[in-house]
Design a protein around this ligand. Structure first.
Ligand SMILES: [Zn+2]
Length: 357
């Protein structure tokens, strides 16, 4: 009797395939087919994600001043003048972004995640401000619209993190992408600050152990900020493909700088410069060096771009397909069984690492 087989074409990053190959070489399974069976039948059904209603909001119209697509493995620094709007949009959904902000006129003033969290909670949203560090401590931006989710609890993924957790000597990570993107403006690696995480879905029910949840952003989701000061806004496509932050894959993001409308400008006028002429702001620091200007000779050199992807086809028999449907998070992946299988395979491998003898 011949078995009915279902082909699922799963796209992995080269980093995920490297992890899987290391696992197999270390004797984790005799071949890929056995490894797939182990992962499927060794997994237990977890939480089925339910997608709540997306807040009703559409991206604002307005004259586009600049638009850039940020590819996986990269980031981009964009100037946003006071009274302009910057929007970050999904393309296909499921992608987290790290976000840094500097005052264009003084690199020492930057987004302060702690102050922002203390005033607006773990996930600042529409109507909340993005605050700067002391001694300035003022709103740099206001969130005009947010159909996704933000997070202020998790620091950036970094080269060190992948090395310490997974033994990866080279891995896409937000810290290096931020470093390379902001280098265009002469900012040094140590000037990357804690990130305001955009499109990052976390659970905070256990205050001692906040958890990263699957990424619920859809192709239509976006977050818009109105600049209250002249800022350098630095975005990158999060480099985490070993956890749910980006649902185990990477997709591009679009950053758009727009002219604000009259309402936005009224809002900006309410907050800009009010009550901020404290004496303590008179800094002896040479202001000329503090101003951020682009390097005309900058050529982006992101260490892990372009990110390589490879598609592997798995032929599942009926029992394996049944088991996939039992253990996969189909609330998240819907009928995309290939993406659901990737989640099961990578998650299982991460939690059952075979280290070389
Ligand atoms: Zn990241």
């Amino acid at each position: 009797m011949t078995q009915e087989l279902t082909d699922l074409a799963v796209t992995f990053t080269s980093q995920q395939l490297g992890l899987i190959d290391r696992h197999l070489r270390a004797g984790g399974a005799s071949d890929r087919a056995e490894w797939v069976r182990q992962a499927l039948f060794g997994s237990t059904p977890g939480v089925r994600t339910t997608r709540g209603e997306r807040p009703a909001s559409s991206p604002r119209a307005g004259r586009v001043l600049r638009e850039v697509t940020i590819e996986p493995g990269t980031g981009k620094a964009v100037e946003v003048r006071a009274g302009q709007v910057v929007r970050v949009s999904q393309t296909t959904g499921g992608q987290c972004a790290d976000f840094n902000v500097f005052n264009l006129n003084d690199r020492n003033e930057k987004l302060h995640v702690g102050r922002t969290r203390s005033l607006h909670g773990t996930g600042p949203t529409t109507g909340d401000f993005v605050w700067s560090n002391a001694p300035w401590e003022r709103p740099l931006l206001v969130i005009l619209a947010d159909t996704g989710r933000t997070d202020t609890e998790f620091p950036s993924c970094s080269a060190q993190l992948y090395w310490r957790l997974y033994g990866e000597r080279s891995h896409t990570n937000c810290q290096q992408m931020q470093t390379e993107a902001q280098r265009e403006y002469g900012l040094a690696p140590h000037e990357v600050h804690e990130s305001l995480n955009l499109f990052m879905y976390c659970a905070y029910d256990d205050p001692d152990a906040p958890q990263v949840r699957p990424n619920l952003a859809t192709a239509d989701d976006f977050i818009e900020f109105l600049a209250l000061e002249d800022v350098l806004a630095v975005f990158n496509v999060c480099g985490d493909d070993f956890d749910r932050t980006n649902n185990f894959t990477f997709t591009p993001l679009v950053v758009t700088v727009l002219e604000a409308d009259a309402d936005d400008l009224r809002l900006a006028g309410q907050f800009a410069r009010a009550d901020h002429d404290f004496e303590l702001l008179e800094s002896p620091y040479p202001r000329a060096f503090a101003r951020l200007v682009p390097d005309p000779d900058y050529v982006p050199a992101f260490p892990h771009a372009p990110v390589r992807m490879e598609t592997v086809t798995f032929a599942l028999d009926a029992s394996e397909l049944d088991q996939l449907i039992r253990v996969a998070d189909l609330g998240l992946y819907g009928d995309d069984l290939a993406a659901a299988l990737r989640d099961v395979l990578v998650t299982w491998t991460i939690h059952h690492p075979r280290l070389p003898a």
